[in-house]
Design a protein around this ligand. Structure first.
Ligand code: SF4
Length: 400
């Protein structure tokens, strides 16, 4: 897992040479971004981490100019706008009393992607902002621009306060995964198969996160392999409130856990915490209606070591194919790579647990599918559906 992917992201946007890199250096007090008078020094998004008081570590994303030129420039603008859609907050810089179509385009993109934004008038030491322009920008965007320059230290504290106040709390506040369905003293059994796809010597992140959450809620966790589940359940004097299993062991675990006991998966717990859960609930039953030649898109939020047991490339396609009983096409795409065919060509999009990405990044990845009316699902919910235990796996969240 890359260290900075769950931290809030603040993207910085604006024309070339408007002072985007200087802003990062100014706020961090370090020369961490390359500053040059030559327009276009930043060609691709560059990420830097910094602590903001009251928020914690955030990732600054320095982007290429929105007025970049040539065919490469157009590609860079595309990457900047992609970075914008994954941002928790966008900072749009402008200067020289110029706020035109380029800036408007970024504002529009923020609105479409539901990304809050701040407008900063930079380089006020070189060119003072005209009050008439600032008023016009405020009227057009609903945002009062903050005027500053990086040669005056007195702007730093109010600017950081403004950024902190504008960053949505959901980007950095931790919400309990199971807090609304557990009470102190409840017992939770976690089933973690140790097979060839399990990393050596450690547990995977969703398992660790659920374990920590159970403990944070003053509940009691029991961890076992699927082969020890029966014995574990029999040994408990108090029946567990909940059994959480790796999705891949759903069928076996479901046959062992009594019907009146709540059962779900790590992947479903995470999917619920990351948002879009209702979209997944609506989209998953599409798996029962796939037809000959339909295309299925499997989205993975990271590139990982692919094994012969790989869920997105091997297990899920096999199960979906078997359920459909006809020939389907499967595309598996990792990270934010381009899709091999237009999104609307897919009958369903199935997203992995997304354990290394923030809710905002996940939403940004799936928004085009949801907006286009393409059904979406999640690995855990799809596996539950294909194993015939969809309703059971979400019951604890219905009855909370
Ligand atoms: S759930 Fe997704 S993000 Fe997490 S390890 Fe698997 S492929 Fe990567």
């Amino acid at each position: 897992m890359k260290g900075n992917e769950l931290k809030p992201r603040i993207g910085i946007f604006g024309r070339r040479n408007v002072g985007k890199s200087s802003l990062i250096n100014y706020l961090t007090g370090q020369d961490i971004a390359i500053v040059s008078d030559t327009p276009g020094s930043t060609t691709d998004p560059v990420r830097k981490t910094m602590e903001i008081g009251g928020v914690g570590p955030v990732v600054w994303v320095d982007t290429a100019g929105i007025d970049d030129e040539g065919s490469l420039g157009v590609q860079r603008i595309g990457r900047s706008l992609e970075a914008l859609r994954q941002s928790d907050l966008a900072i749009i810089l402008f200067t020289n009393n110029m706020f035109g179509a380029k800036e408007q385009q970024v504002v529009e993109c923020c609105r479409e992607a539901h990304v809050p934004f701040l407008l900063l008038y930079s380089q006020s030491d070189k060119c003072s902002a005209q009050p008439g322009l600032l008023a016009q920008v405020e009227e057009e965007t609903g945002q009062k621009p903050f005027v500053f320059n990086v040669f005056d230290d007195s702007f730093r504290t109010p600017l950081l306060s403004l950024i902190r106040d504008s960053l949505p709390e959901s980007a950095y506040r931790f919400h309990s995964l199971l807090g609304d369905v557990l009470c102190p003293g409840n017992h939770v059994v976690m089933v973690t198969p140790i097979d060839s796809s399990a990393p050596e010597g450690r547990m995977i992140l969703p398992q660790v996160q659920v374990l920590r959450d159970v403990l944070d809620n003053d509940a009691v966790a029991h961890v076992c392999k699927e082969t020890d589940l029966e014995r574990t359940l029999q040994s408990l004097a108090v029946p567990p409130r909940l059994v959480v299993t790796d999705s891949q062991a759903f069928a076996l675990v479901s046959s062992i856990v009594p019907e009146d006991m709540y059962l779900t998966s790590f992947s479903i717990v995470l999917a619920r915490a990351k948002g879009l859960f209702d979209d997944y609930l609506r989209g998953t039953p599409t798996l029962a209606h796939l037809r000959e030649g339909d295309a299925v898109l499997l989205l993975e939020s990271c590139t990982h070591n692919v094994t012969c047991e790989d869920i997105g490339r091997v297990k899920l396609p096999k199960l979906i194919q078997r359920r459909a009983g006809c020939q389907l096409h499967f595309d598996t795409v990792a990270g934010f790579s381009a899709l091999p065919r237009p999104l609307t060509d897919y009958a369903i999009v199935i997203q992995c647990g997304g354990c290394v990405v923030s809710p905002k990044q996940l939403a940004a990845r799936l928004a085009p599918a949801i907006d286009a009316g393409v059904p979406v699902s999640n690995y855990g919910l799809a596996l539950a559906y294909l194993n015939g235990i969809f309703d059971r796996a979400i019951r604890i969240f219905d009855n909370k």
